[in-house]
Design a protein around this ligand. Structure first.
Ligand SMILES: Nc1ncnc2c1ncn2[C@@H]1O[C@H](COP(=O)(O)OP(=O)(O)OP(=O)(O)O)[C@@H](O)[C@H]1O
Ligand code: SF4
Ligand SMILES: [Mg+2]
Length: 322
């Protein structure tokens, strides 16, 4: 079966004089139909830039230099701008931590969702209002008739996030990319929004690429986890195996930082030291300066990714399976 999203050998760098300033540096990742894949890693590891690359939304300061991205089998890198506009929303949609980055403060909720439907030929002027209400009901917006007529600033953070999800789902994408979608919300609302996303996945069969710092959320909702460090995936595997028996010292470090293992309150706390900045990636394994298991080999030779059992990892001295 063709994966919904397939990224291979992706590299993107900061524009400017330093040709080695990579923010994504050889990243490969697949998301299958109906699957929830969590992308985790410390701040600055390149999670958001990876999400942006998928829809060619990278900021002007960052340039895609190598690699392949396929959405539903279609080559995103080579795609013409017109086709790309079509693909945004229909094949893949993105939701962000702050809904106001996607919602227009000057338009009612109804109008902005309707515009999305009309732009992509998913409704006519006659059918759009009814479809907007259906979508608001789908995301369990309370009193959708009233909310549809309101402007975003009249809605609470949680309701705005629902409106943004409704807009993202308007054209029934095959994959929803959610970049820290609940971080700005309080805990109860966070749980409601995550449950909503999972219900929608079950109902609509769409895949979700979930970017999060919250390993508690990962444990609850993800099927598979990809751990990112300094622009690369360093470990990947099914959620249970990866969280219970991480093979890569970085994954183990992230988990060890949690006060009570992976619980409801589990959030990533930084490992001692800092990740390298783009352009200052060390020779060999990029995690070596912070790794308790590093040897001379690690500082010299970049570890290849290898698969053992269900996990894939890039490390010369992996932790033994439990
Ligand atoms: N608009 C931009 N211009 C220049 N550099 C950027 C820009 N956005 C991000 N970067 C750089 O790209 C790298 C990856 O950033 P990215 O935002 O993808 O990290 P992240 O993993 O999403 O972090 P966080 O968890 O804080 O959201 C960082 O070094 C960051 O400084
Ligand atoms: S390759 Fe070496 S430095 Fe890198 S994570 Fe493995 S043990 Fe640590
Ligand atoms: Mg980010």
């Amino acid at each position: 079966m063709t994966p919904v999203l397939s990224i291979s050998g992706l590299r993107a760098r900061l524009r400017g004089p330093d040709p080695s300033a990579f923010v994504i540096d050889g990243l490969s990742l697949q998301v299958n139909r109906g699957e929830v894949v969590a992308l985790v890693g410390e701040s600055g590891s390149g999670k958001t830039m990876t999400a942006y690359s998928v829809l060619r939304l990278l900021p002007p300061a960052i340039q895609l230099t190598e690699g392949e991205i396929r959405l539903g089998g279609q080559d995103v890198v080579a795609m013409e701008t017109r086709r790309l506009r079509d693909v945004r929303g229909t094949l893949a949609s993105i939701i962000f931590q702050e809904p106001m980055t996607s919602l227009n403060p000057l338009m009612t909720i109804e109008r902005q969702i309707a515009e999305m439907l009309l732009t992509h030929g998913k409704a006519t002027r006659q059918t759009a209002p009814e479809r907007v209400i259906e979508l608001l009901e789908l995301v369990r917006m309370p009193d959708p008739q009233t909310r549809a007529k309101q402007y975003p600033h009249s809605l609470s953070g949680g309701l705005r996030q629902r409106a943004m999800i409704a807009m993202a789902l308007a054209c029934e994408p095959q994959i929803l990319i959610a970049d820290e979608p609940t971080t700005a919300l309080d805990v109860t609302i966070q749980q409601q929004v995550m449950k909503l996303l999972l219900d929608l996945r079950d109902q609509l069969g769409m895949a979700i690429l979930l970017i999060t710092h919250d390993l508690g959320v990962v444990a609850e909702v993800a099927d598979r986890v990809a751990v990112m460090y300094a622009g690369r995936i360093v470990e990947e595997g099914p959620v249970v195996e990866l969280l219970e028996a991480p093979r890569h010292p970085y994954t183990a470090g992230l988990l060890a930082c949690l006060p009570e293992g992976v619980g409801d309150t589990g959030r990533l706390i930084e490992i001692p030291g800092l990740p390298p900045k783009p352009g200052s990636i060390p020779e060999g394994c990029r995690f070596a300066p912070r790794c308790p298991s590093a040897t001379e080999l690690c500082t010299r030779v970049t570890p290849e990714t290898r698969t053992e059992g269900v996990q894939a990892f890039a490390c010369h001295h992996p932790r033994m399976p439990a």
